[in-house]
Design a protein around this ligand. Structure first.
Ligand SMILES: [Fe+2]
Ligand SMILES: [Fe+2]
Length: 234
């Protein structure tokens, strides 16, 4: 007889990792992210293939910093498929380069932005980018579909379906806690750094799935608030 966890990957993942945030079996590095940029030679051809996609919506800042956090999360959760997490993180927002750019801010970052049509569109178009660039770089069809399963729904699906999905989602949030992420993302929401960092604490930290990400986020938030003098500049 089928159970809910057989047919619902979100329920299966929740059952496999009942303790939240998920404790980290590996090392958790909370030092400033710029200390471990980690350039993997095997990812350089993939970066080169998506240079045009990095020009949209601050992806040339967002994607490398998120990837650096994804590496640290993989160190903290060594059971995860590292290559899958890194490739999915590198590609997850490339779809923004293929949507109507004039709607990115007006629809993607205003009102009920998590449910905006353009959010679904950037996920679907990101999968198109993955299916276009990955085959010629030697990635297997099964791996490519696993990447797309993570990209599709990374913003709009409320729950993660796997550990790799969860690590990509946390990496996608962690970059915002670094001062570079605050500088960029606060502007998207037309908020000053003090208001934006308050939001990171009350809205984004509770969304983090892994304990390693919570540790990294809280440490980075303290550092960024001190650096940007948000106690005074508000
Ligand atoms: Fe996204
Ligand atoms: Fe993102």
């Amino acid at each position: 007889m089928n159970t809910l966890t057989d047919t619902d990957p979100g329920a299966a993942f929740a059952a496999a990792y009942p303790q939240r945030p998920i404790p980290a079996p590996g090392n958790v590095d909370t030092s400033p992210i710029c200390l471990t940029p980690g350039i993997e030679a095997d990812l350089l051809p993939l970066w080169a293939a998506v240079v045009p996609e990095t020009r949209a919506r601050g992806n040339d800042i967002h994607l490398p910093i998120s990837l650096a956090f994804a590496r640290r999360l993989c160190d903290a959760y060594p059971d995860a498929n590292r290559e899958l997490v890194l490739v999915a993180t590198l590609l997850h927002d490339t779809g923004w380069a293929h949507v109507d750019e004039s709607k990115i801010i007006s629809e993607g970052f205003r009102g009920d932005w998590r449910k905006a049509g353009i959010r679904f569109e950037h996920e679907r178009l990101g999968c198109d980018v993955a299916r276009r660039v990955l085959p010629s770089l030697g990635y297997e069809p099964e791996f490519i579909e696993a990447v797309c399963a993570i990209i599709d729904g990374h913003d709009t699906r409320p729950v993660a379906h796997s550990l790799e999905d969860a690590l990509m989602r946390d990496a996608d949030r962690l970059w915002r806690f670094d001062h570079a992420g605050i500088a960029l993302a606060a502007g998207w929401f037309s908020q000053n750094p003090a208001v934006y960092t308050d939001r990171l604490e009350t809205e984004i930290i509770p969304e983090l799935i892994t304990h390693a990400a919570v540790d990294m986020a809280t440490t980075d938030l303290d550092r960024s608030r001190a650096l940007l003098q948000t106690a005074v500049l508000r």
